[in-house]
Design a protein around this ligand. Structure first.
Ligand SMILES: *Cc1c(COP(=O)(O)O)cnc(C)c1O
Length: 954
């Protein structure tokens, strides 16, 4: 490998590929429109001097793509692959190559945005609805969401859901009881959350019955971490009798053979869909799931896909019940989760589509058969099993010999689970072969395995009900069929591989192919999160290196990449602040100030950190209202914990007074949380850790090129100053509260490690100079859009010199008052031009927020501007009475091919204006598969599993 590094760097630096408008002529055109001579001149005016960083980023010089891939190969070779039989919530699996290449590695899927614009998202919405249906069927519960972040945090969400939903007079304020056979990381995460919120958690062996006292809810696991399968029906009935709610964490593969939680009376089922074709990824990203019984859907956390109708009455998918989410409910939201694990949920759903009910059952039976075979061999050799009723995992007693057995297995290339000095765990998965079973048996000092004999599942837990009967799970059996199904769905959608996605606050930039390549290499993808350290040196080196680079970029002292979304980074940062105040005896400091314009996750996270939210008003110019800030600080000075600000603000402006705001908070004994979602406007130019922040989260799926995946994965590192370092996320698998660490935020130590090579590669490919150039180009592009569109749609907020930061808010409210045309109409009309809408109604209702990012070239930006100006002229046609609003191309957008060719066309505009409002669309036309979707109807009549096919045959 070494020789690759001596290859001459290509004449084209990667930064020139990453940055869209790199040619001097294009830069000059943009500068001229804004009225500047140089990019540096523009940047100097836009960014307040008081926050500018004075030294260039000290990062390694930029590498070429060839060099970066060679470096990644070197890191990968420092990891040691093994047969992973550790289990504990993570199992090896076969990702069918047709799914790996055409979903996990396919830009049409991984560069898509969260399906908030349902008309251009029908493909991924269908795949997510398949995921929900799969979870509902397997768990025996009627409503499931389309993914949570990991199994342990999903259980924590379930515990909080039980606490919200239990209305029983005596039980509702009771303790939460966790079965002692839960995954240890689950227990650690739930305890960490409970501590901040102040409710009691008890760990008990629930197979021996319920403990005394009032119980809000219980959590069981099927199978338990020990592998034990037992009939939950008695303890569930007892819990209900006492007014407690019941959650079961269940393994989806096991549920093909075992009675599902819903049939045993559970209210909630949670777990992970990892082993449905999603690689181990050293701990994540994986899709967690949650399903609930009827009546709980309105408090269910996470996104739910539902079925509604479009304006022609055609069934269409959309996100349902969005009013539960943090965007709208803020501190009253059901959860702080925003970015989830959509891409991984889609992979898991396709795994079920491909294998179908018989295929999944056959896999489960093979796994179970192998476990029985091994059990028989161990038993024959006199080894003791802690439970003789199991699905895939055996817990074996080997007094004093655990290390020896594990060493013997490792010598044969197999990882087993160290439980304690006397106990070893073995988990079987779909990749386990008879040879491996024999090698394991030998490591235990037993003879080679023979036939499966005995250890049948007890009759009272054997599943008798059908599952996955819908045609979608019974049609796509050949690879040709599945390939075409995947292609058909992705053709319905718009992602970055077709068009810019100018979503303010979301930074939909290039996700370069070279950045993506390493994630599916086995030396990264096939590593178990609890593999011994000496097998994971490459992973840890990459992670430490990335953390160090992010520390340099942000100006903080320490970074942890553990949180697996921005929302989780927020919680981690706020818990660090909480820990800091507690360590100083300041228990009373629990008030979190949040500007009215903040992202909804901020308020929702503050509540989860046990804080009280106090809102600070926005001044007319979009900055924080100083009088109100002073008043709120004064009113709360003894109880002030922190402020959460976003910088540049969610208004897309560099507020000049940010240092004063930070100083005022510090003077009152509070801490400053800087939401780093907008870091794309800062990298190389200003550092939150230097201008007053104590702690921030970043969104690697925004600024650092991890693709958005249609709603996840994400990585939300938390970055902090030294005084908060002792409270940074701990390891859920180390004994609670290791010295010098705070509570764990994710199930595994490095969260969504699997996608970190993407951000690592981005930083190395760009180098300090390239990253800084990217920030400047992002500013240039946003200011170009703002200056070109301002006369058509006024730019709501600007800073120094009338400039914006990396995004701009276009204000439509006056136009709406005058003509009735709404920002939503404009968003939908953009689809007819082949564009994804900008951010709608955040942070200001009645507006669109545009963020072009540095990756868009001038021609694409100009096409967008042309579309917006053309739409503006249509709005004028409504004003002048050329057509009524109801019969306008705006209100009737987007136009499907079916609508345009409809023989009963009776609109006041031509079919040509409908479909080809600008000339070049005649060659490259995207037709949405459905017209404008009626969201409210779908919420009134909630359907969130695959509907019968007849519904779609009209
Ligand atoms: C995206 C975003 C978040 C939430 O991040 P997730 O990764 O989606 O959880 C928080 N704050 C702001 C300003 C954001 O734009």
């Amino acid at each position: 490998m070494e020789f690759l590094l001596t290859v001459q760097s290509t004449p084209t630096a990667f930064a020139d590929r990453h940055i869209g408008a790199r040619r001097q002529a294009d830069v000059d055109t943009m500068l001229k429109a804004i009225g500047y001579d140089s990019v540096d001149g523009l940047v100097d005016v836009a960014i307040p001097d008081s926050i500018r960083q004075d030294t260039a980023l000290k990062l390694q010089d930029a590498l070429t793509e060839v060099q970066v891939l060679a470096e990644l190969r070197k890191l990968a070779s420092k990891n040691k692959t093994a047969v992973q039989m550790i289990g504990q919530g993570y199992y090896d699996t076969v990702t069918p190559p047709v799914i790996r290449r055409n979903i996990l590695e396919a830009p049409a899927w991984y560069t898509a945005y969260t399906p908030y614009q349902p008309e251009i998202s029908q493909g991924r919405l269908e795949a997510l609805l398949n995921f929900q249906t799969m979870v509902q069927d397997l768990t025996g519960l009627p409503v499931a969401n389309a993914s949570l972040l990991d199994e342990a945090t999903a259980v924590a969400e379930a515990v909080l859901l039980m606490r919200r939903a239990n209305k029983n007079k005596t039980a509702k304020d009771g303790k939460t009881v966790l079965d002692s056979d839960l995954l240890p990381q689950t227990i650690a995460i739930v305890k960490g959350r409970a501590e901040a919120l102040g409710f009691e958690v008890e760990i008990a062996d629930l197979s021996a019955g319920l403990p005394d006292g009032d119980i809000n809810g219980i959590v069981l696991q099927q199978p338990g971490v020990s592998g034990r399968v037992f009939d939950h029906s008695v303890v569930i009935a007892d819990a209900k009798e006492r007014g407690a709610l019941v959650t079961v964490a269940a393994d989806l593969l096991a549920l093909t053979l075992i009675t599902p939680p819903g049939e045993q009376g559970a209210d909630i089922a949670v777990g992970t869909a990892q082993r449905f074709g999603v690689p181990l990824f050293f701990g994540g990203p994986h899709a967690a799931y949650m399903a609930v019984r009827e009546g709980m859907e309105r408090t269910l956390p996470g996104r739910i896909v539902g079925v509604s109708k479009d304006n022609a009455g055609v069934p269409a998918y959309r996100l349902a019940l969005q009013t539960r989410e943090q965007h709208i409910r803020r501190e009253k939201a059901t959860s702080n989760i925003c970015t989830a694990q959509a891409l991984l949920a889609i992979v898991a759903s396709m795994y079920a589509v491909y294998h179908g009910p018989e295929g999944l059952k056959a896999i489960a039976e093979t796994v179970h058969g192998h476990a029985r075979t091994l059990a028989a061999a161990l038993k024959k050799a006199g080894r003791e099993l802690t439970s003789e009723s199991f699905f895939d995992t055996l817990t074996v007693r080997v007094p004093g010999k655990a290390d020896k057995v594990i060493g013997a297995a490792e010598a044969r290339g197999i990882n087993l689970r160290f439980i304690d000095a006397d106990t070893v765990g073995v988990s079987i998965d779909e990749t386990t072969t008879p040879e491996v079973l024999s090698a394991v048996a030998v490591a235990f000092g037993a003879g080679p395995v023979g036939d499966a004999a005995g250890f049948e599942l007890p009759a009272d837990v054997v599943r008798s009900s059908d599952f996955l009967q819908h045609p979608v799970f019974n049609t796509h059996r050949s690879e040709t069929q599945l390939l075409r199904y995947i292609r058909r769905l992705s053709d319905r959608d718009l992602a970055l591989d077709r068009t810019m996605i100018p979503l303010g606050s979301c930074t939909m930039k290039l996700n370069a192919t070279a950045e993506m390549e390493a994630i599916s290499w086995p030396e990264f993808a096939s590593i178990h999160p609890f593999a011994p350290d000496h097998q994971t040196a490459g992973w840890r080196e990459l992670i430490e290196d990335l953390e160090a680079d992010l520390t340099e970029i942000t100006g903080y002292d320490q970074v942890s990449i553990q949180p697996n979304a921005g929302s989780q980074g927020e919680l981690a940062g706020l818990l660090a602040i909480r820990g800091y105040h507690l360590s100083r005896g300041d228990q009373q400091r629990t008030v979190c100030l949040i500007p009215a314009s903040a992202h909804g996750t901020n308020a929702a996270s503050a509540v989860l950190a046990g804080m009280k939210v106090v809102v600070v008003a926005t001044a007319a110019d979009g900055t924080i209202d100083h009088a109100d800030l002073t008043a709120k600080i004064e009113a709360n000075k003894d109880v002030l914990s922190c402020i959460m600000i976003t910088y540049p603000s969610t208004h897309g402006v560099y507020d000049a007074d940010v240092r004063e705001v930070c100083d005022a908070i510090h003077a009152a004994g509070g801490q400053v949380y800087v939401d780093g979602a907008n870091l794309n406007a800062l990298v190389g130019l200003a550092q939150p850790g230097k201008f007053g922040g104590d702690v921030s989260h970043l969104n690697l799926h925004k600024t650092f090129c991890i693709p958005h995946g249609g709603g996840g994965p994400g990585v939300g590192p938390v970055a902090a100053k030294a005084h908060l370092a002792p409270f940074m996320p701990g390891d859920a698998n180390k004994a609670a509260h290791e010295e010098g660490h705070g509570v764990a935020i994710s199930a595994s130590r490095y969260g969504s490690a699997g996608v970190l090579p993407i951000s690592w590669a981005y930083v190395k490919l760009m180098g300090g100079q390239g990253l800084t150039d990217a920030t400047k180009s992002a500013l240039l592009a946003a200011n170009y859009v703002a200056s070109r569109l301002d006369e058509h749609f006024p730019v709501l907020y600007t800073g120094e010199g009338g400039l914006v930061a990396h995004e701009c808010i276009l204000d439509l409210r006056e136009l709406t008052t005058r003509t009735g045309v709404t920002a939503e109409d404009v968003a939908k009309r953009l689809i007819d031009f082949g564009f994804h809408a900008p951010t709608l109604a955040f942070p200001v209702a009645g507006t669109l927020m545009v963020e072009p990012t540095e990756s868009e070239d001038l021609a694409e930006i100009d096409r967008f501007i042309e579309a917006m100006i053309t739409i503006r002229a249509e709005i004028e046609q409504v004003a002048s009475g050329d057509f009524t609003l109801e019969k306008s191309p705006l209100r009737n957008a987007p136009h499907t091919a079916a609508a345009v060719v409809y023989s009963g066309w009776d609109r006041d505009y031509t079919r040509e204006q409908a479909a080809f409002p600008v000339h070049h669309l005649k060659q490259d036309k995207y037709f949405p598969p459905v017209g404008r979707i009626d969201g409210a109807a779908g919420d009134r009549n909630l359907v969130c599993s695959c509907p019968p096919l007849e519904d779609f045959e009209n």
